[in-house]
Design a protein around this ligand. Structure first.
Ligand code: NAP
Ligand code: F7E
Length: 384
């Protein structure tokens, strides 16, 4: 049985990847941090008692700041594949915590790579690199585009990227960088912009929230569907030779377009008025009359400069020629379907009937190993 170790298993990608590998018959080990509150909501639904016969899912305490524990873990688990997804992954937060981000996202990677080297095991290694590496380089961005990072997060990931290349070349480690563009899902962390929008939309419809405050709505991103991207991580480790791959959809949209798409799907037309930090969105139409809390003319979105970043990445759009050619990969879920899926789930979690066009589209595209959102915690919150 193939054995995988995942750092960051409690995160969006880690949880989907764990489900995907379990569905392929793997034994999956995950590193979790001790916290005073539960942080396993995204994986509770796949947890099994490790004592039960045939158990294939195991969790271990550890932290990317603790080299000794990482070395012990790798030596004892002896994974065939390691997926390094753990990181302080929030770009805006990295400006507030640059040193911590460098320690966990940057040096944490070196601790893990050193743990692999010192333990002497043969394994295949996936590094969660990011399109943030491209920063100020104009789109489209590919594996050969110069890296011009624009945040402490991106600078830390750049260091981790090169350490991965270094261990591949210096120690013959089968190590791949997946340079992944933004990928989202109903499990996306609640302070990343897409999920912030879809949750706020549901809250506005139930009257729990009056307004959504955003930062730079003109920034453009190449947003894809997270479960597809974890399949790519696995695929990279299946190749004969280790290499680096950019993974995205090849399409980009502004934050403003994402907001318009999400609100329109829930039956709310928006009109944008004003400019810069004074810009706001008011309700122009209510097609499905979904809420008694809203009426045309209500302001639902305002700009809060607190969400601006000291240095912004204006435009990311992937050139995925290499992944298409070498991995024979094409993205399946469109921006429209992704946005609808996230709205569907957040509406359902708020107790509102959802159109379910997004959920249907994803189901029909074969993501059979996951139901995307239904962690036990969310089910409990939904009262199911
Ligand atoms: P995420 O939801 O923020 O998950 C991050 C994971 O890292 C969580 O499991 C977190 O644990 C863990 N972690 C944080 N600090 C840690 C520490 N000191 N020790 C051990 N674990 C720690 O991120 P994601 O969206 O799934 O992304 C996965 C990886 O891909 C990250 O490295 C991210 O930077 C990278 N990436 C993401 C995207 C994207 O669009 N999602 C694109 C490119 C690259 P807790 O749950 O305990 O906080
Ligand atoms: O911001 C703008 C913001 O925080 C996207 C991480 O997974 O993807 C992610 O990083 C854009 C930025 O993601 C708000 O300024 C406007 O231009 O959702 P985000 P990110 O910074 O692109 C990359 C690939 C990673 O590797 C990272 O780990 O949206 N924006 N208003 C806002 N962003 C947030 N968070 N909140 C706002 O209110």
């Amino acid at each position: 049985m193939t054995r995988a170790l995942i750092t960051g298993i409690t995160g969006q990608d880690g949880s989907y990847l764990a489900e995907y590998l379990l569905s392929k018959g793997y034994e999956v080990h995950g590193v979790i941090r001790r916290a005073s509150t539960f942080n396993t909501g995204r994986i509770d639904h796949i947890y099994t008692d490790p004592h039960s016969p045939g158990a294939r899912f195991f969790l271990h305490y550890g932290d990317l700041s603790d080299a000794g524990q990482l070395t012990d873990l790798i030596y004892n688990v002896k994974p065939d594949e390691i997926y390094h997804l753990g990181a302080q992954s929030h770009v805006r937060v990295s400006f507030d915590t640059p040193e911590f981000t460098g320690d966990i996202t940057g040096i944490g990677t070196t601790r893990l790579l050193e743990a692999i080297r010192r333990s002497g095991i043969r394994t295949r290694y996936y590094q969660a690199s990011s399109s943030e590496l491209f920063g100020a380089s104009p789109p489209p961005q590919s594996e050969t585009t110069p890296f011009r990072p624009r945040s402490p997060y991106a600078a830390a990931k750049l260091y981790a990227y090169w350490m991965t290349v270094n261990y591949r070349e210096g120690y013959n480690l089968f190590a791949c960088n997946g340079i992944l563009f933004n990928h989202e899902s109903p499990r996306r962390g609640e302070t990343f912009v897409t999920r912030k929008v879809t949750r706020a939309l549901a809250n506005i419809l139930t009257g729990k929230q009056k307004r959504l405050y955003l930062g730079n709505i003109d920034a453009k991103r190449d947003w894809g569907f997270a479960p597809e991207y974890v399949e790519m991580m696995w695929l990279m480790l299946r190749q004969d030779e280790p290499d680096d791959y950019a993974v995205g959809t090849g399409e980009s949209h502004s934050v403003r377009e994402m907001v318009d798409t999400a609100f329109a799907y829930a039956g709310i037309g928006l009109e944008w008025k004003g400019e810069g930090a004074e810009e706001k969105a008011v309700v122009s139409s209510l097609a499905r009359h979904p809420s008694t809390c809203l009426k045309p003319g209500d302001t639902v979105i305002e700009i809060d400069p607190r969400y601006f970043r000291p240095t912004e990445v204006n435009h990311l759009r992937a050139d995925i020629s290499k992944a298409k050619e070498r991995l024979r990969w094409e993205p399946r879920v469109t921006f429209d379907e992704l946005t609808k899926t996230m709205v569907d789930y957040d509406l359902r979690m708020a107790g509102i009937e959802a159109p379910c066009e997004g959920i249907e589209a994803c189901r029909s595209k074969g993501f059979l190993y996951t139901d995307h959102t239904y962690s036990l915690y969310e089910r409990i919150r939904e009262g199911e």
